[in-house]
Design a protein around this ligand. Structure first.
Ligand code: BGC
Length: 368
């Protein structure tokens, strides 16, 4: 009898120890090894990234959690703090605002967490270990080159639009585009229709960050399709007939390209337009098939996700991730892995986006 009671005490004690251990290790399911923070669910680009992360992680042995910042740096900081409290060892983050995100990653760094900037660089801080990215200068250069290749004669009206100045990529895209467009503005192939700042700098092959900022300040869309619509309408109202006819439009990404294209398409004095984009969003693939958007720059998110997760796993395993170069973020040279991009227009859309398995043919109409 006495022995039985002792046995029961031992059993209760053992159960208590197990419960305490489970709580410490986060065995209730709250422990996460890799935290992923993405800027917003409002743009298909980032929902696409979420899906590609989920696909890649389906059979991973590591636990991950993806949180969205909904366009707010405060929410982003909160997300990082939530993930820190869940015990993450690696943070993968595409910042909402590259400079404002410094505070969030510094909080992670203080906890010994490795920080990987994803697609967008975090600027003005030492608290960043790696950067996985597409070749963003090449994105802009491809957009500019497409406009050049599709322009005939001289004095072609050129409308310039850019991304948000809080996003380092917006500078890189514009810098890349300017590197090829500037000589063609200087030689009279194009005439800038909508930016006095760009017009004032048209003889300068290489722009400083401040000069780029001046142009962006005038032609930014803030990555917002509605703001892009407003700007395009204002521009078309302001110009004379000589800035209409056959026009060329540098649009920074697909979301803004579609709304800008809609504005130009509805102006009877615009007889044709060539417009760029990037991201190969499904809606823009359909616009390209329908002849409403000219091109997109395909950034295969599957590669970026694999690179980011590969780096995270290397870090968790205690090995050093492979990198291909560095990006200066204003404070340090950040070790980076960079991925190439592919230009897609109606001629290769099937090969690049369908045959590669990125999208299903059944998701589109009118595909040949
Ligand atoms: C990304 C683009 C995206 C844009 C707006 C950029 O930083 O590189 O792919 O279209 O942000 O979200």
């Amino acid at each position: 009898m006495k022995k039985g009671f002792k046995g029961l005490t031992y059993l209760l004690f053992a159960i208590m120890v197990m419960l305490v251990l489970a709580a410490c290790s986060g065995g209730s399911g709250s422990s996460v090894s890799v935290g992923i923070v993405l800027p917003t669910k409002d743009e298909p680009r980032w929902v696409q990234d979420e899906q590609r992360f989920k696909d890649a992680l389906a059979d991973s042995e590591y636990t991950t959690e993806i949180l969205f910042s909904q366009g707010s740096s405060a929410k982003e900081k909160e997300n990082v703090e939530t993930l820190i409290s869940k015990g993450i060892e690696v943070l993968i983050i595409a910042p909402q605002d590259g400079a404002a995100a410094g505070a969030a990653v510094e909080a992670a760094k203080e906890e010994g967490i490795a920080v990987i900037a994803y697609d967008r660089l975090i600027t003005g801080t030492d608290a960043i270990d790696y950067y996985v990215t597409f070749d963003s200068i090449a994105v802009g250069a491809a957009q500019g080159q497409y406009l050049i290749d599709n322009a005939e004669g001289t004095n072609n009206p050129l409308y310039l639009y850019a991304g948000a100045a809080s996003d380092n990529n917006a500078f890189l895209f514009f810098e890349g585009a300017w590197s090829v467009l500037q000589p063609k503005i200087a030689d009279g192939t194009f005439v800038i229709a909508n930016s006095s700042e760009a017009e004032a700098l048209k003889d300068k092959a290489e722009l400083t960050r401040e000069e780029l900022g001046q142009i962006l300040g005038q032609v930014t869309t803030n990555w917002d399709p509605a703001e892009a619509t407003n700007k395009a309408e204002t521009h078309l109202t302001a110009v004379g007939a000589d800035m209409k006819g056959d026009v060329s439009i540098l649009a920074p990404n697909d979301g803004t390209a579609r709304t800008i294209a809609d504005v130009f398409a509805s102006d009877p004095a615009v007889s044709s337009y060539v417009i760029t984009g990037q991201d190969a969003e499904k809606a823009s693939a359909q616009y390209i098939i329908d002849g409403k958007q000219s091109m997109t720059v395909f950034k295969d998110v599957r590669t970026l996700v694999n690179d980011a997760m590969g780096m995270a796993v290397d870090i968790l395993d205690g090995s050093t991730p492979e990198t291909t170069g560095t990006y200066n973020n204003g404070n340090i040279d950040v070790k980076a892995k960079q991925t190439d991009v592919i230009v897609v227009d109606k001629n290769n859309i099937k090969a690049e986006l369908i045959d590669s398995g990125y999208y299903e043919a059944s998701e589109f109409t009118g595909l040949e």
